[in-house]
Design a protein around this ligand. Sequence first.
Ligand SMILES: NC(=O)c1ccc[n+]([C@@H]2O[C@H](COP(=O)([O-])OP(=O)(O)OC[C@H]3O[C@@H](n4cnc5c(N)ncnc54)[C@H](O)[C@@H]3O)[C@@H](O)[C@H]2O)c1
Length: 437
Amino acid sequence: MKISVIGCGYLGAVHAASMAELGHQVLGIDVDEAKVASLQRGVAPFHEPGFDDLLVKNAQRLYFTTDMAAAADAKVHFIAVGTPQSADGSADMTYVNAAIEGLIPYLSPGDLVVGKSTVPVGTAQRLSESVVSSGAILMWNPEFLREGFAVEDTLSPDRLVYGLPEGESGDAALAILDSVYELILAKQTPRLVMNFATAELVKVAANSFLATKISFINAMAEIAEVTGANVTELADAIGHDSRIGRRFLNAGIGFGGGCLPKDIRGFVARAEELGVGQSLDFLRSVDAINLRRRARVVDVVIEELGALAGKKIAVWGLAFKPDSDDIRDSPALDIVENLARAGARVIAADPQASGPARKRIEHAGLASSVTLTDDHHESARGVDAIVVATEWNVFCEEDPTAIAPLVSNKLVIDGRNTLDSKAWKAAGFTYRGMGRS
Ligand SMILES: NC(=O)c1ccc[n+]([C@@H]2O[C@H](COP(=O)([O-])OP(=O)(O)OC[C@H]3O[C@@H](n4cnc5c(N)ncnc54)[C@H](O)[C@@H]3O)[C@@H](O)[C@H]2O)c1
């Protein structure tokens, strides 16, 4: 099948390459010329495990362009443009609206437009009129991929969600998307069919639930910190209850990235518009707890070192999660900035994200107090403290006896509760975790 993917960022570029892997002829369209040029050369414009290989392997079936007119050749068009946060917290729909508007002149009767972007409930209904007027069908097929596992999650998702219009056009859309995903469905992947509103809500509800679980355990960390309890032991104990489960119960510096924070804020804003704001009041607390954790780490550093002026601190991690170079709303990067604003000299290390972080540090006017590097050993030289902010394997598995001779003061603050505290203490470090006395 001939497919276009409009928007080639973290979601769209991986989706395009994955559709080619399924055997389709795929055209990726993006307004960002540099990104398109890189993808067209077969070079991933961001770090995502396995993505480069997929681009190279499927080069014969993949083509990237900035020219929307090329979409005229395709029968199925995935919309994967960004829906960032607006100033008022709602989802900014500028890019989705522009993508649909730009695509409509090139649609043919019977084409299928498949929304993948995360959108406020009601969007598909609003957009479907203009799509239908061109003879095409609109459906929504939200994406659940996790960065760091994007290729695996796209080709072997936990489930596929189809938000369909009512009637015959819904049946036609279902048949077309089933044939696009034939190889995925052959693996017995659950496929859940529902109306537009439900499909849109499934995505934001899933992210709200995950965010709530993380903030719940971080709220327990706050209680643990003033009572002498240990939140990791608490999480292990409640996680044994199969109704609760252990996943997403790691207390630390909270969630970030291009999805969870803006999705819960956008959901709250949409609920307000719909007159049911009270239903999501708890998400405001989820957000507030999450942001407090970033400040808490800086407080712990100050508790240990006193005033930060003149202190040298290594922060291990810049990306919002390991195996990604994504720094959008990254707790790690916020912590770097807050330590620098508090007067510290910060040397921040990340295996992939130091390049992307450079622009933001310069924009924040902190280039003179923050040094960025890929090498966490290098960052530790002569520092008064190490703060672990992203749980990259290279940090988790680090041998503290190799780090001890590098630092000038043996203090480690484990923002992700990910280090072997016994080993670090044995190497002479003062160890501070999050929510652990
Ligand atoms: N990144 C994830 O892990 C993830 C997971 C699930 C869902 N989502 C959702 O997917 C959507 C995209 O997220 P992302 O992380 O890929 O964002 P992104 O910012 O990495 O990519 C968006 C891309 O869209 C392009 N674009 C903007 N306007 C365009 C237009 N008119 N025509 C063509 N291209 C255009 C941008 O240049 C950019 O490359 C968002 O709604 C997000 O919430 C993302």
